[in-house]
Design a protein around this ligand. Structure first.
Ligand SMILES: NC(=O)c1ccc[n+]([C@@H]2O[C@H](COP(=O)([O-])OP(=O)(O)OC[C@H]3O[C@@H](n4cnc5c(N)ncnc54)[C@H](O)[C@@H]3O)[C@@H](O)[C@H]2O)c1
Ligand SMILES: O=c1ccn([C@@H]2O[C@H](COP(=O)(O)OP(=O)(O)O[C@H]3O[C@H](CO)[C@@H](O)[C@H](O)[C@H]3O)[C@@H](O)[C@H]2O)c(=O)[nH]1
Length: 328
């Protein structure tokens, strides 16, 4: 019998890659998405149920129809800068919507839950190794909203037996190596796609947000993880839950930090083109450095990232960028 997995946000960047990985692993990914930031043509690996997370009646209907073995919850608003300008939007869209989903899952008896959290829950902790045991002290409303959802999952674990694998992602990058799906945010705010836009003339230039951070070259340092590797960890997390194992938190990153200027240099090398640059102000809410210090997912889940090189991530993003899909 087919095993269905309810994938919220399956029409988005990471969710669509997760649907591909789930289908490859023999599951049927059922996308639940409102298209607030997602795309209909990204839903290609399983059925679609259009709906809003806050619509409890619609969720109940979808749980009853598909009887999923688990939920993978990707749907969220996730822009650090926007969350600083409009925090209420983030608390409503992320926290209240997730509460509706968690209650619907518990009511339907679907007690396996995989959740997209973020290293933005750590805030700006200079000199601290970031791993699963690090204290969460978010400095923006986006990170705050994700930490609150983690807390909610723990509460529902205690009250309803919900078991959650929480993944705290570092910076997700790259695209499906077969270019069936890729990163497509409108507006785009992420470094690598914006840089590729500047390289091929879709934008006049890339603005570097801040050059006076306490980092070796003054620009922010991030840990980039390939989207295909990231979603492979989700399939392992799902199997973990299906085997009856308990709730866990895992950081997903490569353990290597790259500054904005280093990413620019690597993109120049991959594409063999210049990156037009403007020097700009710091972006509010940005931490100086976010790099994973964890090996727990490798050791515990047997996660084996296959495309961990930043060069590979940029090359895959570049292939996707140049495919016809990108010009929607
Ligand atoms: N991109 C990253 O680097 C990164 C890093 C850490 C964590 N995350 C998390 O990963 C998840 C996916 O991120 P992404 O980059 O794929 O985002 P995305 O915007 O591409 O995808 C989000 C999807 O969720 C849908 N959605 C949003 N709110 C909804 C709602 N209320 N009801 C129904 N559908 C809704 C959108 O339409 C979209 O298809 C998010 O939870 C994000 O916070 C992303
Ligand atoms: O035009 C730009 C865009 C970004 N940056 C910088 O590049 C770095 C990466 O920025 P971005 O790609 O926007 O990612 P983050 O703001 O780090 O956030 C991503 O990574 C987080 C985890 O670190 C996730 O939680 C978020 O959902 C996801 O958007 C940051 O230092 C930015 O200041 C620039 O200098 N210029």
């Amino acid at each position: 019998m087919s095993k269905h997995v309810l994938v919220t946000g399956g029409a988005g960047y990471i969710g669509s890659h997760a649907c591909k990985a789930l289908a490859k692993a023999g599951y049927v990914p059922v996308t639940y998405d409102s298209f607030v930031t997602g795309w209909r043509d990204a839903v290609k690996f399983g059925p679609l149920e259009e709906g809003e997370l806050s619509d409890r009646a619609r969720l109940d209907e979808v749980f009853a129809k598909w009887q999923p073995v688990a939920v993978m919850h990707f749907a969220a608003l996730s822009l650090v800068g926007e969350s600083m300008k409009d925090p209420g939007k983030y608390w409503r869209a992320n926290v209240l919507s997730s509460l509706s989903l968690i209650e619907a899952a518990c009511a339907a008896g679907c007690l396996n839950f995989v959740f997209s959290s973020t290293c933005a829950t750590y805030g700006d902790q200079d000199g601290v190794v970031l791993d699963e045991s690090t204290r969460q002290m978010p400095i923006n409303a986006y990170g705050g909203s994700k930490r609150a959802i983690e807390d909610m999952l723990r509460d529902f674990g205690a009250s309803h037996g919900l078991r959650a694998v929480i993944f705290r992602y570092f910076n997700v990058a790259g695209a499906d190596p077969e270019a069936e799906v890729g990163e497509f945010h409108r507006p785009e705010t992420h470094l690598i796609p914006l840089m590729l836009d500047a390289i091929d003339g879709r934008r006049p230039a890339l603005t570097v947000f801040g050059s006076d951070y306490p980092t070796p070259d003054g620009t922010c340092v991030r840990d980039y993880v390939h989207v295909s590797d990231l979603v492979d960890a989700h399939v392992l997390g799902l199997k973990w839950l299906e085997e009856g194992k308990g709730s866990e938190v895992f950081c997903l990153g490569s353990g290597q930090g790259f500054s904005v200027r280093e990413v620019i240099a690597q993109s120049r090398a991959v594409t063999n083109r210049e990156v037009p640059i403007l020097e700009g102000e710091r972006r509010p809410g940005d931490a100086a450095k976010l790099v994973s210090g964890s090996t727990k997912a490798l050791a515990t889940l047997g996660w084996k990232p296959a495309r961990a090189d930043l060069t590979t991530m940029i090359a895959d993003a570049w292939r996707w960028h140049q495919s016809g899909h990108y010009d929607k």
